[in-house]
Ligand binder design. Structure first.
Ligand code: PNS
Length: 162
């Protein structure tokens, strides 16, 4: 395979915390790309429950079965990080139409910042359409059952926060 370009994708997000929906996207992406970098960035508009290090640890433990997946964090612009990692693509999950407007604006902004970086959208399984980190945090805070939404080690980590 001499000369073949290694296909690397960055899957960015807040991952506060990682859910089964994220893991579904990681699994799909890992079968298409040679390497996936799950990259945490602090969304400046969101206060986070888990520290960056805690989120990295939770993602690492959740993706141990995928040898071509690594976990990292970045500051600054996503497109700059993608270029620094010699990746070609950004992966984002699209659950429903409600995700579309934000994702569309973000993809177009990233393209206007760097035309060489392509955003690809993947759909998780329909059973994860309603799963988001923010709802998982809210349900857990009110002592609801989150065991079908996140892996056990994530559920335990959330319960320890409240
Ligand atoms: O999981 P989230 O909160 O939807 O992820 C949003 C994230 C982290 C992907 C986005 O806020 C981001 O890319 N931040 C890095 C800064 C940046 O490049 N901003 C311009 C994007 S249009």
């Amino acid at each position: 395979m001499e000369g073949r370009v290694i296909k690397i994708a960055v899957y960015p997000g807040s991952f506060d915390p990682i859910t089964y929906g994220h893991i579904d996207i990681i699994e799909r992406a890992s079968s298409v790309f040679d390497k996936i970098i799950v990259a945490i960035s602090q969304n400046s508009e969101k206060a986070s429950l888990f520290t960056e290090i805690e989120r990295i640890d939770l993602i690492r433990a959740s993706t141990i079965g995928y040898p071509n997946v690594s976990v990292d964090h970045f500051r600054g612009l996503l497109v700059d990080y993608v270029q620094e990692k010699k990746a070609q693509s950004i992966i984002r999950g699209l659950r429903a139409i409600s995700d579309f407007e934000f994702e569309f604006r973000m993809a177009l902004m990233n393209r206007s910042l760097n035309e060489d970086v392509t955003t690809l959208f993947l759909m998780p399984h329909a059973k994860f359409t309603h799963v988001s980190s923010s709802l998982v945090r809210e349900v857990a805070k009110l002592h609801g059952d989150i065991t079908s939404l996140v892996p056990d080690h994530v559920a335990t980590a959330i319960q320890n926060k409240f």
